[in-house]
Design a protein. Structure first.
Length: 433
């Protein structure tokens, strides 16, 4: 046995233009087959009208993107990137040394960009990014349950709803504000995750998915039908966050001083969203750090062992009950935090925001990003939440395009955009392991 070292990446002297053009034409043909019959035909009353311009726009975008990607992957930088994110072999994988060192510069650069971003962003862009960060939290939480522990949870949106309604109900009946509910919602969602974990300890695969799906629907139906407590389909108002008791509205309640008057500023509705963005960004960083540390602790290794082979995990003496419950509990608490931010961001909650489609979307973020991959989940969360905002003219095809994307990902990149990588040892060539 020896520790594997990555060999230097060989680069080509030129680009294979012929291969790039062939790949571009194939991608364009596939896009035409997928988008042509659906996007190219629009229902107008009782007749169908052809929309070739919409199809041409989509096919052209796909072809240009594929051509640029093919040329990039043939470059020296693209080959180094493929070396770092090799999608072959087993889940244990040796990182390229230079890639690991580059992360030290990439991560601080992204943090600086995130800090500077609100200065130049308008209200619309700020709210879109806030929504993206909320789904980053949701993706990170479900990534613990599904990506690391291998427990298929189709009712994850229930914990999201518990956090959101925790803020609304706490404000309505107990007079609690954002800061008081934030930790309490995480604890309440964690308890719900623990309660759900007990009856499903012996379940696997499809049976586990059905039970968790039922749990998610039960929570939604209770919220929808308990009119006297939750407001039913009419929903409930949720309070805005405060800065040391200073409210961000034009007029403070109960004769208080609003934020802008206290600091001598002109009123601007963006102050509220800017504050939510800052707090949410800090919470996401904290969750990223905690998840990073947990995956390198014994509990993180136990999650992965459970995912790969539960029987072997139990034969090694690991307590599978505690391992499963810890995954459900930590994943649910993260969803509870996301629910609080969603409620205060909207200022209103109702059951229609917590349907099965939300659970499917969060699961797609985990699958698209890569099972267990933190960086991949962050990227996928922004792709699946920001892209629909940029393509509003195709909103009626959102679910269809979403399904097509997942099918294509399962065919060409079943491990996700960025697969989980971990330094390990591999046997020498010609030597039995």
């Amino acid at each position: 046995m020896s520790i594997a070292h990555t060999a230097p990446v060989s680069t080509r002297n030129g680009f294979d233009i012929k291969r790039s053009l062939v790949e571009t034409l194939v991608a364009g043909l596939l896009a035409l087959i997928v988008f042509g019959p659906v996007v190219g035909v629009v229902l107008d009353g009782y007749s169908f009208n052809a929309e070739p311009r919409r199809v041409a726009w989509l096919v052209g975008t796909v072809m240009i993107g594929r051509l640029l990607l093919s040329l990039f992957l043939q470059s020296a930088a693209g080959q180094r990137l493929q070396q770092g994110f090799d999608n072959g072999g087993s889940g244990v994988h040796v990182l390229a040394p230079n890639y690991k060192s580059r992360l030290r510069y990439i991560i601080p650069a992204l943090i600086v960009i995130a800090i500077v971003f609100p200065i130049f962003a308008n209200k619309y862009l700020l709210t879109v990014v806030i929504l993206g960060l909320i789904y980053v939290l949701l993706g990170l939480g479900l990534n613990i349950v599904v990506g690391l522990a291998g427990l298929l949870d189709l009712g994850y949106v229930a914990f999201y709803a518990i956090g959101a309604y925790g803020l609304a109900l706490g404000y309505q009946y107990l007079g609690l504000g954002f800061w008081s509910v934030l930790p309490l919602a995480a604890i309440a969602a964690a308890l719900a995750g623990c309660i759900l974990g007990f009856p499903v300890l012996r379940m696997h695969g499809d049976y586990l998915a059905i039970v968790t799906l039922g749990f998610g629907e039960i929570i939604r139906l209770v919220l929808n039908n308990w009119l006297s407590f939750t407001g039913g389909p009419n929903g409930m108002p949720a309070p805005s966050p405060t800065f040391f008791g200073l409210e961000f509205g034009r007029r403070a309640k109960d004769g208080g001083v609003p934020f802008h008057e206290f600091f001598g500023l002109e009123y601007n509705a963006n102050y509220k969203f800017l504050f939510i963005y800052i707090v949410l960004f800090l919470v996401v960083l904290a969750v990223l750090y905690i998840k990073h540390r947990l995956t390198r602790m014994p509990v993180g290794r136990a999650w992965e062992a459970l995912r790969e082979d539960e029987i072997a995990c139990r034969s090694m003496g690991l307590n599978h009950v505690l391992v499963k419950l810890s995954a459900f509990t930590l994943g649910a608490s993260t969803a509870g935090l996301a629910g609080v931010f969603f409620a205060t961001y909207q200022g209103f909650v109702n059951p229609s925001s917590f349907t099965f489609f939300e659970s499917a979307l969060i699961l797609a973020i985990v699958v698209l990003g890569g099972m267990g991959s933190t960086v991949g989940v962050v990227i996928a969360a922004f792709v699946l939440t920001v892209a629909p905002e940029l393509l509003r003219s195709f909103s009626e095809y959102r679910v269809l395009l979403f399904g097509v994307l997942m099918v294509l990902m399962m065919i060409w990149r079943p491990r996700g955009l960025i697969r989980i990588s971990r330094t390990g040892v591999v046997p020498r060539k010609g030597v039995a392991p």
